[in-house]
Design a protein around this ligand. Sequence first.
Ligand SMILES: [Cu+2]
Length: 389
Amino acid sequence: MTRLFSYRTKGSMRVFAPFFGLLSLLLVAACTPSHPMSTFDAAGPVAADQRFLFLFIFWVAIAVFVVVEGALIYTVIRYRRRRGQGMPEQVHGHRPLEIGWTIAPALVLVVIAVPTIMVLLDTQTTPEECENGDTEKCINVEVIGHQWWWEFRYPDNGGVITANELHMPAGKKVNFLLDSSDVLHSFWVPKLGGKTDVFPGGGNQMWLEASQAGTFQGQCAELCGISHANMRFMVMVHPTPEIPCVAGRHQPPLVEASTPALQNGCPTNTFDEWVEEQLAPSLPVESEGAKRGEALFLSKGCVACHTIRGNPVAAGKIGPDLTHFASRSTLAAGMLENNPQTLERWLADPDEVKPGNLMTRDAPVYNGELEPLDLADIVELSAYLGSLQ
Ligand SMILES: [Cu+2]
């Protein structure tokens, strides 16, 4: 008897083991402690409204499922064929039922439509404060998608231009004017709100507000070419007196170490201080190595694509603005933490970091039109760019 029992258990285990394995794999996949891309971890009113809509519709759908499946199962059992039964009565049409199952789904749709339209109207239109130019309550930021990096311009803040790091104050609305320099992209910061397409020619708009200070991860959400998956960005939400940094809440998604600008994943200065720093011209270059790097930046063709304000020759618009490059925490649209080692790695072979990037394709030192950079060039260029605080 015991033998038979244990034999049986083994047999059924053999059948079920793969299912249990798969189930536990799925469960383990749910354990992401930092979940930087989770739309359920809403950190602002837009994300919270959208999460509410998702959950609301989810539960309405569950209710519909239970009622429909319940009716189905009840009918199948109650009216099943019984022994000795002849052909059941044949009927055609049933007006009250038909009216019922037309009105009921329409009501369900109305119940879903009302909150959906309310949230849509609220999140898809430019907030009044932004249209009035009330910069105490709302700032405008122009977002320009490029293959495969992001440009951010701050017309309400003296015209600051940065790349790959979006800065915003906590607790204030930020209205985004979306434009693309090449193909379709999509602007997405999962914890702050849903994605919006970015068209060449512009025209799309969305707003977000962060109710926590800290760092959030953004990502292009529209397949835009070979390095689409590497088109990320960081959102730095600066603390305010009302919304200070909360220690330990944020795990910086892309930056491991703390930098002077970032402690425990939270910006150390206020948004206005950051703007002031960005508006200031870069400090004059001091060390010999950095000076040689500055000369290389001109002679190696970098100036054709990169702007460094204060340097009249460096006014290129094709690549990211590098004016205060050293103040940025990440490099190459969130691919690497920004430090001298990673910068040298990027300059030695950008394609190794970011396959297909347009700097490798078009910059003369990488595409063979000019002598490639040697190790000394790379170290000096890195010293120069690293001095652009
Ligand atoms: Cu993309």
